[in-house]
Write a protein that binds this ligand. Structure first.
Ligand code: NAD
Length: 257
């Protein structure tokens, strides 16, 4: 239980990668705050289930990561933040000329600006505690690009830049900040893209997965939420104390191409 005594906040963690990261941190002994904007009974039940399974305190705090004040309030309500995982994210696919401005603004707010706000609120707590870890969930799209994903690619490149600046501003503190860049992970976000891709390419589900998605991943396999969770726990471990301001790709070789 290497993270016992630490409190972790994971934004956007009632499904997909965020949930996998929250589970991995809880399994490593951390107290965890899970978050989404939905505030349903099932969100609170999810926190209770994780607490029960891992024997650590787990709370659900509702906050809308598209709203800067809500982001800062999330950290304030948690009361303590040793580990901050900026994970909340959304996606939209359209050509630049047709990209809806409201979608552009929402993607930049949720995928990028939220990390600025939560980090600003969490760093004073980490400095006061004398230890801190910021882990930003970026993407292979933070290092490379794809057509029709302008807002997502811009936001994720921004997350990688914010990661480096945060690392430099905390370099003399016992605080690190790194980004994980996953390739494709079969989460609800990716599942939601499959029907459009099937229509666009005139392919069945399996062919879209094989020829459109995993074609970019030399391993030919999806990464898993457990692997992203394990990488997060590693970045919080003593072995990673001198790792800061970098990106770790969990992408089956995508960015090596
Ligand atoms: P997901 O849709 O399963 O999860 C997204 C999470 O964000 C959910 O918990 C949702 O409730 C939350 N969320 C959305 N809008 C929010 C808001 N306004 N306020 C608070 N929470 C909000 O998606 P995922 O695939 O698990 O993605 C998680 C992160 O991983 C995102 O940042 C995404 O860009 C990144 N990522 C995913 C993949 C992939 O292949 N799945 C690859 C690279 C990076």
């Amino acid at each position: 239980m290497q993270l016992s005594g630490k409190t972790a906040i994971v934004t956007g963690s009632n499904s997909g990668i965020g949930l996998g990261v929250a589970e991995a941190l809880a399994a490593a002994g951390a107290s965890v705050v899970i978050n989404s904007f939905t505030d349903r009974d099932e969100d609170h039940a999810l926190a209770a289930r994780l607490a029960d399974e891992h024997g650590v305190p787990v709370r659900y705090i509702a906050a809308d990561m598209s709203d800067g004040d809500d982001c800062r309030q999330l950290v304030a309500k948690a009361g303590r933040c040793d580990i901050l995982v900026n994970n909340a994210g959304i996606q939209h696919v359209a050509a630049i000329e047709e990209f809806p401005v409201d979608k552009w603004n929402a993607i930049l707010a949720i995928n990028l600006s939220s990390a600025f706000h939560t980090t600003a609120a969490a760093l004073p707590m980490m400095r006061a505690a004398g230890w801190g870890r910021v882990v930003n969930i970026a993407s292979a799209h933070g290092l490379t690009a794809s057509p029709y994903k302008s807002a997502y690619v811009a936001a994720k490149h921004g997350v990688v830049g914010l990661t480096k600046v945060t690392a430099l501003e905390t370099a003399r503190d016992p605080i690190t900040c790194n980004a994980i860049c996953p390739g494709y992970v079969l989460t609800p976000l990716v599942e939601s893209q499959i029907p459009d891709q099937m229509k666009k390419h005139g392919m069945d589900r399996e062919t879209v997965i094989r020829e459109v998605m995993l074609d970019r991943q030399p391993s030919g396999q999806f990464a898993t939420v457990e692997q992203i969770g394990g990488t997060t726990v590693f970045l919080c471990s003593d072995a990673a104390e001198q790792i800061t301001g970098t990106t770790i790709s969990v992408d089956g070789g995508w960015t090596a191409l």
